[in-house]
Design a protein around this ligand. Structure first.
Ligand code: PSU
Ligand code: MN
Length: 310
C-alpha cells in the first residue's frame, strides 16, 4: 500500500521503507517544541532518530510545516521546531484543520502524531509520555485528547507511562473503557515516566518485542481501529527518586491552580514547572527514557514488519 493523501508529504526515505514494508518508527514534535528547552530539544530529537536507525528502523518525525502534514523531517525543520519552542503551536486533533487551512506550522502531540502516522501507514510510534486524565478531572473535565485518539486510531505508542501530574488510575480506567490494551514491557506495573513504578498494574506484561508485535498484528487483524499503549520503564540507572518528583509535581500543581492555568496550556505549564524545579536531572532522565523507547519501538517495528509482510 502506498498511501497518497493530498495534505501529506512522506519523506522519500520513509516512503521507500513503507513501500518495501521495512520497519518505520514515528516520532512526535510537541516533545521538541514544548517538552524540552533549546538546544537539548533538537539535539535529543536528532539523537532519537539516530537511535531508531541504529536499531534497524527508519525514523519519521511528524509535524505540520506550512500547512502540510509531514511524516519525516529534514534536520533544519527539526532545528526550527526546537529553536521556536512555544512560539510554535501545540497541535492536537482539533487544531489540525485550522493550521492546515492557514498554512501554519505546528508541533504535533501524541494524538496528532498518531493521526498523521496512520495516514502514512506507520504503526509504531515512540515518545516520552502520553497525556491522560488530569488530577481533578471530576471537576475540570481535563482529559487529554491523546486517550480518545488511542481509542480510535490504530497506532502503537511506546512510552515510559505517564507523568504523575496526571491521575494514573483514572487514565487506566479510561483506556480500559475504550478497549485500549496497555502492555507493560518486562513489568507488571505502569511506569510513571521518571520512575519505573506507580501504584497501578498494567493490563498485560510481555517480555519480548516479538510477542508485542504479535499482539499488535492480532489487534489489527481483528479489525480493531484502536491503538495500543506499550509502557516501557525508564532504565534503572536513570530513574529518579519518587519523592523528588512527587514534591516537584505537588508544587507545579499548586502553582497551576494559583495561576488559574487550564485547557491546552495545563500540560505544557506543568511540564515546564517540573523541569524548572528538578533542573538538569529530570532533563537527563527524560532524554534517556525517550532513547530507550526509540530502541524498543524499533525492535517491535522490525518484528511487526516481518508479520505484516507474511
Ligand atoms: N507528557 C510528557 N511530555 C510531553 C507531553 C506529555 O511527559 O511532551 C506532551 C505530548 O505531546 C502529549 C501532550 O501528547 O503533551 C498532551 O497534552 P494535553 O495533556 O494537553 O493533551
Ligand atoms: Mn488537557
Amino acid at each position: 500500500m502506498s498511501p497518497h493523501h493530498p495534505l501529506l508529504d512522506i519523506h522519500p526515505e520513509v516512503a521507500a521503507a513503507l513501500a518495501e514494508r521495512r520497519p518505520v518508527v514515528a516520532l512526535e514534535s510537541t516533545i521538541i517544541s514544548h517538552g524540552m528547552p533549546w538546544p537539548q530539544n533538537a539535539d535529543t530529537a536528532l539523537a532519537v532518530e539516530a537511535e531508531v536507525r541504529a536499531h534497524g528502523a527508519v525514523p519519521a518525525t511528524i509535524a505540520i510545516i506550512d500547512g502540510r502534514l509531514k511524516a519525516g523531517l529534514a534536520q533544519d525543520q527539526i532545528e526550527l521546531l526546537g529553536r521556536s519552542g512555544h512560539e510554535v503551536a501545540k497541535v492536537s486533533r482539533r487544531d489540525m484543520a485550522a493550521l492546515v487551512a492557514r498554512g501554519g506550522t505546528g508541533a504535533t502531540t501524541v494524538a496528532a502524531t498518531m493521526i498523521v502516522a496512520a495516514l502514512a501507514g506507520i504503526r509504531l510510534f515512540a515518545t516520552g509520555g502520553i497525556g491522560g486524565v488530569h488530577r481533578g478531572a471530576e471537576t475540570s473535565f481535563d482529559i487529554s485528547a491523546d486517550l480518545q485518539e488511542l481509542a480510535r486510531t490504530p497506532v502503537a505508542v511506546v512510552c515510559a507511562g505517564a507523568k504523575s501530574i496526571l491521575d494514573l488510575g483514572l487514565t487506566l480506567e479510561y483506556l480500559e473503557t475504550h478497549g485500549v490494551p496497555v502492555i507493560g514491557y518486562r513489568t507488571d506495573r505502569l511506569p510513571a515516566f521518571f520512575s519505573r513504578d506507580s501504584d497501578f498494574g498494567v493490563d498485560r506484561r510481555l517480555d519480548d518485542p516479538a510477542e508485542i508485535a504479535r499482539l499488535l498484528h492480532a489487534q489489527w487483524t481483528l479489525g480493531f481501529a484502536s491503538g495500543v499503549v506499550v509502557a516501557n520503564p525508564i532504565p534503572a540507572a536513570h530513574a529518579l527518586p519518587r519523592d523528588t518528583i512527587d514534591r516537584a509535581i505537588a508544587q507545579a500543581l499548586a502553582d497551576a491552580a494559583a495561576q488559574g492555568i487550564g485547557g491546552k496550556a495545563a500540560t505544557p505549564f506543568l511540564l515546564a514547572k517540573v523541569n524548572e524545579l528538578t533542573g538538569g536531572v529530570s532533563l537527563a532522565a527524560n532524554i534517556q527514557l525517550v532513547l530507550n523507547n526509540a530502541r524498543l519501538a524499533a525492535a517491535i517495528a522490525r518484528d511487526y514488519a516481518v508479520l505484516s509482510s507474511a
